[in-house]
Write a protein that binds this ligand. Structure first.
Ligand code: F6P
Length: 549
C-alpha cells in the first residue's frame, strides 16, 4: 500500500520514523528570545506573515531559522499539501466515517466549481444559503400576526452551539438592534428555565440545531421549549415559532417543524467546522445575510491563502508547526489563547472544541498508536481580565505555556461604524482601547524578555515564554471568518503530521452510552440497588437515588 491513499484517507507513515523528524529533534533549543533578536536585527520584520487582513508575528518564539526549516521539511515529508488538496478536492479523508471533509466548500463563492461523484456540491451549498437568507430576512423585517420576533433561541450543543454563540457575541456590534440572541446548550434545566423566564412566547423563535437530530441534550431542551410554547399559544404555534437545522430532515419533520423551515446540511460538514453552514442561521438572523456572506468571504480568503502560499509563508502551516514543536519536542502540554477583545470572550471555548475534539487522538489513521503527543489543552480568557487571574502562572509558574495574543486596531464596539471619534461622539472609547492594546503589547514583551532582579527572585521574570501575536484592523465579519479558518487549518496541518483523522470524535461515545444506562438505573423504580458497576460509581448513583426529589 502506498503511504498516502487519499481516497480512503489512509496514511501509514509514522512521522517519527522519518529522517526529517530525526533532523528536527536533533536541534537544540537556541539561545534566549532576547539573544535571537540580538543575533538577527531583522527578526521582527522577517518572522512575520500576512494572511488576508491578519498580521501574524511569530518572532517571539524560542525558535531559530534551522528549527523552522526543519519543521517545514517535516510538513513537506508528511505531505501536508497533498492532504490539503485531497480535503478541499472532496476525497473521503474522514476515514473512520467514510466521509469527505468539505467545510471549505461552504464558503467558496457563488460560481465556484466542485463536483463530487457527479454531484454539484456548490449548487447545494448556495441553494441552502439562499433559503436561509430569505428566512433570516423575513424574521429580521416582518411583523407576524402576534408581532415582531424579538428573541431567537438557538438550541444545540457542541458545534451546533459554540460556533453560532461565539460568532454572534463577537459580532454584536453588527447585530440587529431589536432582536436578542440566546443560546441554550446544557441538559442542565437551569439554562433553559433561566432563558425562558423573561421571554414572551409570541415573540420568540426557537432554532433547533443538531447535525444528527439525536443529541440527547438538544432534544430534551427542544421538547421543553415546545411545551412552554404550546402551553402559552397552543400546538399550532409550533410551525411559526420553530425552525430546525439538521442533516436528518426526517427527524426534524417528525418534531413538527414545517419542511420550509428546516435547513439542511451534509455529512461532509463536521459539527465543529459548521458555522458557515445552515448551523449559522441564528448568526444570519442576528447580523443579516450580507454580513454572513462577508464572514464566509473572509474564511475563503484564508482557504485560498492556505491553498496557494508556499509552506514557508503559509500562516496555518507555520503556526501548526510552531505548535507541534512545543507539544512534541518541548513537551509543553497546554496553550493559552488570549484575545484582547471582549467580543472574543467565547473564542477560546470555540477553539477548545475545534482543536481538542479534532486532535485529541492517540490512534493514527492506520490503527497504530501515535508515538508523539497530540493536541495541547487549549484555554484562555480575554485580556485584560486574565491578567488579574492566571497570568501570574504564565509569567512565573514552573511550566511554560505558549500564548496566542489577538488584538485589533479598532475597538469592537466601533468596528461596525466609521472609526472616527468625532462621528462616534466619544473619545473615551479610544482611551479604553489604547489601554487595552498597551496591556497586550506589554504582556507579550514581559513574557518574552522578562526582567531579572538579582536582589529578589520573587520579583524576577525569567522571560523566554513564547507568544504569537495576531493583529487585524478590526473585528469585522470578514476578519472573524479569517480567524476561524486560520485556526481550522492549523488544526488540520497538525493532524496530518500526527497521522490522525482530525474529523471524527469517537472519544465522546463511551460516556454518552454509559450515561444512557445510568439514567435508566436512576429513574427505574424497579432497580433496588446498583450492582453491575464499579463500587465507586454504584455508590455515587445510590447516593443520588436516595436523595433525588
Ligand atoms: O459531542 C459530540 C458531538 O457529536 C460534537 O461533535 C457535535 O458538535 C455535538 O456532539 C452536537 O452534535 P449534533 O449537532 O449532532 O447535535
Amino acid at each position: 500500500m502506498t503511504p498516502n491513499n487519499y481516497r480512503e484517507g489512509m496514511n501509514t507513515v509514522d512521522v517519527t520514523s522519518l529522517p526529517q523528524w530525526m533532523n528536527l529533534i536533533s536541534h537544540r533549543v537556541p539561545g534566549s528570545i532576547a539573544e535571537l533578536f540580538a543575533a538577527d536585527p531583522d527578526r521582527a520584520r522577517t518572522w512575520q506573515v500576512t494572511a488576508g487582513d491578519l498580521r501574524i508575528d511569530f518572532s517571539k518564539h524560542q525558535i531559530d531559522r534551522p528549527i523552522l526549516d526543519a519543521l517545514i521539511e517535516v510538513a513537506g515529508a508528511m505531505d501536508v499539501p497533498g492532504w490539503r488538496d485531497a480535503m478541499m478536492g472532496g476525497q473521503a479523508i474522514n476515514s473512520t466515517e467514510g466521509r469527505a471533509v468539505l467545510h471549505t466548500a461552504l464558503r467558496a463563492p457563488r460560481g465556484s466549481d466542485l463536483v463530487i461523484d457527479g454531484h454539484d456540491v456548490m449548487a447545494d451549498v448556495h441553494e441552502v444559503r439562499t433559503a436561509m437568507a430569505q428566512y433570516a430576512q423575513r424574521i429580521r423585517t416582518q411583523v407576524s400576526a402576534e408581532g415582531q420576533i424579538t428573541d431567537v433561541v438557538n438550541i444545540g450543543i457542541g458545534g451546533s452551539d459554540l460556533g453560532p454563540a461565539m460568532v454572534t457575541d463577537a459580532l454584536w456590534a453588527f447585530g440587529h438592534r431589536r432582536i436578542r440572541s440566546h443560546f441554550v446548550s446544557n441538559v442542565d434545566g437551569s439554562e433553559i428555565v433561566r432563558t425562558l423566564r423573561d421571554l414572551d412566547p409570541a415573540h420568540t423563535l426557537f432554532i433547533v440545531v443538531s447535525k444528527t437530530f439525536t443529541t440527547m441534550e438538544t432534544l430534551m431542551n427542544a421538547g421543553t421549549a415546545r411545551e412552554w410554547l404550546v402551553a402559552a399559544l397552543g400546538p399550532d404555534a409550533v410551525a411559526d415559532h420553530f425552525a430546525a437545522v439538521s442533516t436528518n430532515l426526517a427527524a426534524a419533520a417528525e418534531f413538527g417543524i414545517p419542511a420550509e423551515q428546516v435547513f439542511g446540511f451534509w455529512d461532509w460538514v463536521g459539527g465543529r467546522y459548521s458555522v458557515a453552514s445552515a448551523v449559522g442561521l441564528s448568526v444570519m438572523i442576528a447580523i443579516g445575510p450580507d454580513a454572513f456572506d462577508e464572514m464566509c468571504a473572509g474564511m475563503h480568503l484564508i482557504d485560498r491563502h492556505f491553498l496557494e502560499a508556499p509552506l514557508a509563508d503559509n500562516a496555518p502551516v507555520l503556526l501548526g508547526l510552531i505548535g507541534l514543536w512545543y507539544v512534541d519536542v518541548m513537551g509543553y502540554g497546554s496553550k493559552a489563547v488570549l484575545p484582547y477583545a471582549q467580543e472574543l470572550a467565547r473564542f477560546p471555548a470555540y477553539l477548545q472544541q475545534l482543536d481538542m475534539e479534532s486532535n485529541g487522538k492517540s490512534v493514527r489513521r492506520d490503527d497504530r498508536a501515535v508515538s508523539v503527543a497530540t493536541g495541547p489543552v487549549i484555554w484562555g480568557e480575554p485580556g485584560t481580565n486574565g491578567q488579574h487571574a492566571f497570568y501570574q502562572l504564565l509569567h512565573q509558574g514552573t511550566q511554560v505555556i505558549p500564548v496566542d495574543f489577538i488584538g485589533f486596531a479598532t475597538p469592537g464596539h466601533m468596528a461596525a461604524t466609521a472609526p472616527n471619534p468625532e462621528v462616534d461622539g466619544s473619545v473615551r472609547h479610544w482611551d479604553h482601547h489604547d489601554a487595552l492594546l498597551a496591556n497586550m503589547f506589554a504582556q507579550a514583551e514581559a513574557l518574552a524578555f522578562g526582567r531579572l532582579r538579582p536582589d529578589s527572585p520573587h520579583r524576577s521574570f525569567a522571560g523566554d515564554r513564547p507568544s504569537t501575536m495576531i493583529l487585524a484592523p478590526a473585528l469585522t465579519p470578514s476578519v472573524l471568518g479569517q480567524l476561524i479558518a486560520l485556526y481550522e487549518h492549523v488544526v488540520f496541518v497538525q493532524g496530518v503530521i500526527w497521522g490522525i483523522n482530525s474529523f471524527d470524535q469517537w472519544g465522546v461515545e463511551l460516556g454518552k452510552e454509559l450515561a444512557s444506562g445510568i439514567l435508566s438505573e436512576i429513574t427505574d423504580p424497579g432497580v433496588r440497588r446498583v450492582s453491575q458497576r464499579d463500587g465507586s460509581t454504584a455508590a455515587a448513583i445510590d447516593w443520588y437515588r436516595g436523595r433525588r426529589r
